[in-house]
Design a protein around this ligand. Structure first.
Ligand SMILES: O=C(O)C1=C[C@@H](OP(=O)(O)O)[C@@H](O)[C@H](O)C1
Ligand SMILES: C=C(OP(=O)(O)O)C(=O)O
Length: 427
């Protein structure tokens, strides 16, 4: 196994241009592929999750021209649903933003599609989505375990009507349903059953659909009305914002050990809920400055917080490791769905924080962290979870430094994260 040793970093200063948002990249690619016309995406993320979406689209007959150097990609839209004469198997790695939306999108056309993924993907639920789209005529079968990928989608179009969907585990199911609803044969009325988690991701979905010419009526995240028989229209050019979750590591670095860290490509104009990470950092005492297209974090004395993190589940992990450098306890609540992401993140976070000396209480849906008086050196296991690797890079701001096991798992969303981190740390 590869290991990366990070020695103590005393101070950080500088600017990081954040790579494109995973959530926006994969939504924009799918909508561009379904749309009428050609879309040129700029600042498209280059990472595993995006490669899985692009490979799938390519197998579905979508043509695109990608310039990795220029971070651009021009997609020729299909002007409607995908269809295939021969059965296809699409491998989607561990990309939730590919698996869930494609599962829904492939029900729109005709053909048989098997959607498979990495072993962890087979443990990540998809039942709430399958149960929802079945109400308007989707045919999806489970190939191994009920409720989980791999699945077989038998495309035959979607009817309109009323659909009840659970929002309790993941917002990605509702995102998938929303994105296909305009291409149904009739209007779709969506009713969310129970509380919807990770709400701000729905705003990203609606904002992207709007850019492709489709407006959804949102009744307070409880009901959504979507007109059927529509077509997505390519917007021509679309700039992908920098990834707000990826920005969190650098902002936390600035707050812990700045100097001053400026992240660019994401700011107060962002459509990503994870920019609210900067507010959480400010609540810990960090000095934050907002621009339209940038955020700056300056070093300051941090204190623990007690905060509901349901709205920013990904960036909240960064608060958990920043808590090592705060005075007093930090409690992050309402984060049950950490358990069903790349790994069981509540268990993984608790285990690894304890290794560096923290006292941790792991609840069913919360974590409470008491920082150690002195952070200990540890080799951090990353559980094939990019965010575990990236969050724990912050432990390098302690005298002990830190070792990251399998650092290359950041390739899911940020392949050169550690190169960027070390560049910043050397300034
Ligand atoms: O829609 C999206 O782009 C995402 C939604 C969130 O998932 P949940 O809705 O499952 O919390 C988030 O954790 C994931 O990284 C990306
Ligand atoms: C939960 C995540 O990924 P996914 O899009 O696969 O759900 C994540 O990136 O933290």
């Amino acid at each position: 196994m590869k290991q990366l040793q990070l020695n103590q970093v005393f101070r950080v200063n500088g600017e990081v241009n954040i790579p494109g948002s995973k959530s926006i990249s994969n939504r924009a690619l799918l909508l561009a592929a379904l749309a009428k016309g050609t879309t040129t995406l700029t600042n498209l993320l280059d990472s595993d999750d995006i490669s899985h979406m692009l490979n799938a689209l390519s197998q579905l007959g979508i043509s695109y021209q990608r310039n990795i150097e220029a971070r651009s990609c021009t997609v020729v839209g299909n002007a409607g649903p995908f269809s295939s004469q021969q059965a296809l198997t699409l491998f989607l790695g561990n990309a939730g933003t590919a698996m869930r939306p494609l599962c829904a999108a492939l029900t729109l056309g005709t053909g048989e599609f098997e959607l498979t993924g990495e072993p962890r993907m087979e443990e990540r639920p998809i039942k709430d989505l399958v149960d929802a789209i079945a109400q308007i005529g989707a045919k999806v079968e489970y190939l191994k375990n009920d409720g989980f990928p791999p699945v077989k989608v038998i495309g035959s179009g979607l009817n309109g009507g009323t659909v009840k969907i659970s929002g309790a585990l993941s917002s990605q199911f509702l995102t998938a349903l929303l994105m296909v609803a305009p291409l149904a044969k009739d209007d779709v009325a969506i009713e969310v059953v129970g509380e919807l988690v990770s709400k701000p991701y729905i705003d990203i979905t609606l904002a992207l659909m709007e850019k492709f010419g489709v407006t959804v009526t949102n009744h307070q995240y409880q009901r959504f009305s979507v007109k059927g028989q529509q077509q997505y229209i390519a917007p021509g050019d679309l700039l992908v914002e920098g990834d707000a979750s990826s920005a969190s590591y650098f902002l936390a670095a600035g707050a812990i050990a700045g100097g001053e860290v400026k992240v660019t490509g994401v700011g107060k104009q962002s459509i990503q809920g994870d920019v609210k990470f900067a507010d959480a950092l400010a609540a810990m005492g960090a000095d934050i400055e907002w621009g339209d297209d940038y955020i700056i974090a300056r070093g300051s004395k941090l204190h623990g917080i007690d905060m509901d993190m349901n709205h920013i589940p990904d960036a909240a992990m960064t608060i958990a490791t920043a808590a090592l450098f705060a005075e007093g306890d930090t409690q992050l609540t309402n984060i049950y769905n950490w358990r069903i992401k790349e790994t069981d993140r509540l268990a993984a976070m608790a285990t690894e924080l304890r290794k560096v000396g923290a006292t941790v209480e792991e609840g069913e849906d919360f974590i409470r962290i008491t920082p150690p008086s002195k952070i200990k050196h540890a080799a951090i296991d990353t559980y094939n979870d990019h965010r575990m690797a990236m969050c724990f890079s912050l432990a390098a701001f302690s005298e002990a430094g830190v070792t990251i096991n399998d650092p290359d798992c950041t390739s899911k969303t940020f392949p050169d994260y550690f190169a960027q981190f070390q560049l910043l740390a050397s300034r």
